[in-house]
Design a protein around this ligand. Structure first.
Ligand SMILES: [Zn+2]
Length: 191
């Protein structure tokens, strides 16, 4: 019954749920989130009330638990690991935007640190992949220069909220497409 309730929640099934939860936990208004994520206020209110318990809010505010268990990941197939890292990076980017939106320098610094860590692990993985075969990966999400550019860009646009939102929207689109491309690569490699 509970699972059924969750599956009907548009906020729960939103691809940027992590960013939305973080924003709700940090007190960003439902009105702002409704327009930002193209969700109705009703679903956001319901989600905040029913699917975001106080304990989860507290842990989100304390810092998203995005640590990576390397030993566990070694047991998984490399390509799905890459997809997971990219997925995680999408969540980190969303968190970065929430931090920027709230002018929370501490949060921005923390999330940027986690992005850096994510990159290091991805780089190590790609190193492993390139020694193991002839896989070529051309994807913005796995390029350290892209992430540096993104962080600098968002930083430079801080005094211009309108422009920052427009750029963030473009970046989200690019990243979503790139994440889908990686999923496609994965299928190709498996074939
Ligand atoms: Zn929900």
């Amino acid at each position: 019954m509970a699972a059924n309730k969750i599956s009907k929640c548009l906020t729960c099934s939103h691809r940027e749920r992590a960013g939305i939860d973080l924003a709700l936990a940090r007190g960003v208004s439902v009105r702002a989130l409704a327009s930002r994520y193209k969700l109705s206020r009703d679903t956001l209110y319901r989600h905040a009330k029913q699917h975001l318990p106080a304990q989860l809010r507290a842990s989100l505010i304390a810092g998203p638990d995005l640590s990576i268990d390397l030993d566990k990941l070694r047991e998984t197939e490399s390509q799905s690991l890459l997809a997971n890292l990219v997925n995680l990076r999408g969540r980190l980017f969303s968190a970065l935007d929430v931090g920027e939106e709230n002018g929370d320098a501490n949060m921005v610094a923390r999330v940027a640190g986690q992005l850096h860590h994510n990159l290091e692990i991805t780089g190590k993985l790609l190193g492993d992949l390139s020694t193991g075969g002839s896989t070529t990966i051309n994807n913005v999400l796995v390029l350290p220069a892209y992430v540096q550019m993104r962080v600098s860009l968002v930083d430079a646009l801080r005094p211009f909220p309108e422009a920052a939102r427009a750029v963030a929207s473009v970046l989200h689109t690019i990243e979503h497409q790139a994440a889908e491309a990686i999923t496609a690569d994965k299928r190709e490699l498996a074939a």
